[in-house]
Design a protein around this ligand. Structure first.
Ligand code: 9G3
Length: 566
């Protein structure tokens, strides 16, 4: 394509409202333009890249036998009434009325729609398993759209839904789609982790998120530096063998610690390491007081407390509740001489503390030489703390590193949540009616495009991987007014275009500096520069990522590109 004919409105200045690098670069390089907050147009270059991401997704979904459909964005509210979500979702679900004043949702996701599509058609187990997917615009009225395509209010999603007769069918589909997602993100050149995500059952198997590692990411993940273990922070189990000092247990003693409340203050005041302190926090667990203990340098993970106690609601007790239950304000509470109606549970690390320090349940007073089991009883030791960087990976391979992540994929085992509420049943092998077992699986297609830019850019622009670049080669005629340069440029454009290469040919009557700046912004992996040495038939090849330049005869370019870029 001739750049003089393409609409690529590049900008020199950084858009003031763009904080994320991908937002800045996609706007400056003429890939996207904002219509209103969180709503974007894809210009010709942006549409080409988006289509390449869609094609990769389509190829990998088709490869595992799923079938592409296209469902409406307009969803009758009745379906969301049946699933109960019409009232559970607030302003994020965009709603509208038609001319007959009937209410609709603009599709934020399609579990209800697709279940209603099948419930009147699929009757027998013989028709399953089946996986249907679509690539389509989704609408979610985000409270704070930001970072360009990373968090929009209208965005392109691939959403897939699996239908099975039983759990093992769902497990099989889940694995197939999980592996298809890995292939998609590998083909996009992304550094990502599949992260254990469900906070329902600790270490739960029923959902994973695909996270692209990037500082702009909104989530924090814990992953192993030596294996593929990765989990959301609140999901990561802690598996540590704590060593217990073999010091002799000393006599319990109380110490006056006026105004020393936090672990840091008490540790400094008592001149002991935080590891020897017992942090005590009172939690209200389904309205019952529970004293939860952790080692001074650890933090309690409320999701784990909830799961260990199989509770619905877990909240930190207020100062009043703490005074009421323990007779003392937070900062001086501890597990010694606590009334029996307060359950005491502790993270495993507490068990290995010898001659430690804890609050005395009296203001301005702590105990020293505290020894668990001798000085207080713990009803249950469990994995209750947040994982920390440097902890051993729970799978025993390597140590844990934290990173920020951009969620680009999410896979769920839904079970019968929607087939029951919307009445999608089949006759199973025994002729018995049973609800279809479902899974739902999403990829943020437009978000993936931005995530690639977040991971692959430099100060001058985007560094597209070949699989996603809008063009294979960027051919630049430095000075079209110069006959030798324009003749060689035109000839190369004609010759190379005929060799299955998708070329962007900068034939514009612009200054050289503008051309080079634009080429670096646009980010095609390789530039062929037809300049001063055109008279000798010599051109320059520039690798966009390394910046490395080579001179060679124009006649060798096709072979060189074939060996190094295509
Ligand atoms: C809504 C709104 C926002 C939402 C949802 C519904 C997230 C909603 C979760 C999912 C689950 C899966 C199919 C593709 C993969 C993810 N945000 N979710 O259900 F009405 Cl406003 O979307 N859906």
């Amino acid at each position: 394509m001739r750049q003089s004919k393409l609409y690529i409105p590049t900008l020199r200045e950084v858009p003031s409202d763009a904080e994320a690098k991908s937002h800045q670069l996609l706007v400056r390089a003429g890939y996207i333009r904002q219509s209103v907050s969180g709503v974007y147009s894809f210009l010709p270059l942006g549409r080409k890249v988006l289509r390449k991401v869609e094609t990769i997704v389509r190829e990998e979904m088709d490869r595992i036998g799923s079938q592409e459909v296209l469902m409406p964005a307009l969803q009758p509210s009745e379906l969301w009434e049946e699933s109960g979500r019409w009232h559970t979702y607030g302003p994020e679900l965009m709603r509208l009325n038609d001319r007959h004043n009937r209410t609709f949702a603009l599709g934020a996701t399609h579990e209800e729609l697709i279940t209603s599509l099948l419930r009147n058609e699929v009757r027998s187990y013989k028709e399953l398993p089946m996986v249907l997917y679509q690539i389509q615009g989704k609408f979610r009225d985000e409270k704070r759209p930001r970072f360009g395509l990373l968090r929009g209010r209208e965005f392109i999603m691939k959403d897939a839904y699996s239908f099975d007769v039983d759990q093992e069918g769902l497990d099989q589909n889940y694995d197939d789609i999980f592996n298809a997602y890995k292939r998609v993100f590998e083909r996009c050149g992304l550094n990502f982790r599949a992260v254990i995500a469900d906070s329902g059952a600790m270490g739960g198997k029923d959902t994973h998120e695909f996270m692209v590692l990037a500082d702009i990411g909104e989530d924090t993940i814990a992953y192993s530096n030596e294996s593929d273990f990765a989990a959301n922070i609140e999901m990561a189990p802690v598996k540590v063998e704590y060593s217990k000092k073999d010091d002799p247990e000393k006599e319990l003693g109380s110490v006056e610690t006026i105004g020393q409340k936090t672990i840091s203050e008490v540790a400094d005041f008592m001149d002991v390491p935080k590891e020897d302190c017992i942090k005590s926090l009172l939690w209200m667990v389904d309205e019952k007081p529970v004293l939860v203990l952790s080692r001074g340098d650890h933090e309690i993970n409320d999701v784990k407390v909830k799961n260990v106690l199989d509770a619905e609601v877990v909240e930190l007790a207020t100062e009043e509740q703490t005074k009421q239950v323990l007779g003392c304000e937070p900062g001086y509470i501890g597990p010694i001489d606590v009334s029996d109606d307060v359950l005491i549970i502790a993270d495993h690390a507490v068990q290995s503390i010898v001659n430690g320090v804890c609050g005395a349940n009296r203001v301005n007073e702590h105990y020293q030489n505290v020894n668990p089991e001798r000085d207080f009883k713990v009803q249950q030791y469990a994995d209750l703390r947040f994982i920390q960087e440097g902890d051993p990976s729970p799978d025993g391979q390597g140590t844990i590193v934290f990173a920020r992540g951009i969620e680009v994929g999410h896979v769920f085992k839904l079970g019968t949540k929607y087939s029951e509420s919307l009445g999608a049943n089949i006759l199973d092998q025994n002729g018995k009616s049973a609800p279809i077992i479902m899974g739902s699986y999403g990829i943020g297609v437009s978000r993936t495009m931005a995530a690639v830019v977040e991971q692959m850019h430099d100060d001058n622009g985007v560094l597209w991987p070949a699989a996603l670049s809008p063009f294979d080669v960027h051919l630049i005629c430095v000075n079209p007014k110069n006959d030798e340069q324009s003749e060689l440029g035109e000839r190369m454009y004609e010759e190379l275009s005929s060799k299955r290469m998708d070329l962007l040919y900068d034939d514009r009557k612009e200054r050289a500096g503008v051309k080079f700046t634009d080429a670096d912004l646009i980010g095609v992996p390789v530039q062929i520069i037809v300049g001063k040495k055109a008279s000798e038939g010599i051109v320059e090849v520039k690798d966009r990522k390394s910046g490395e330049k080579l001179e060679m005869p124009a006649s060798e370019i096709e072979a060189y590109l074939g060996q190094n870029y295509l």
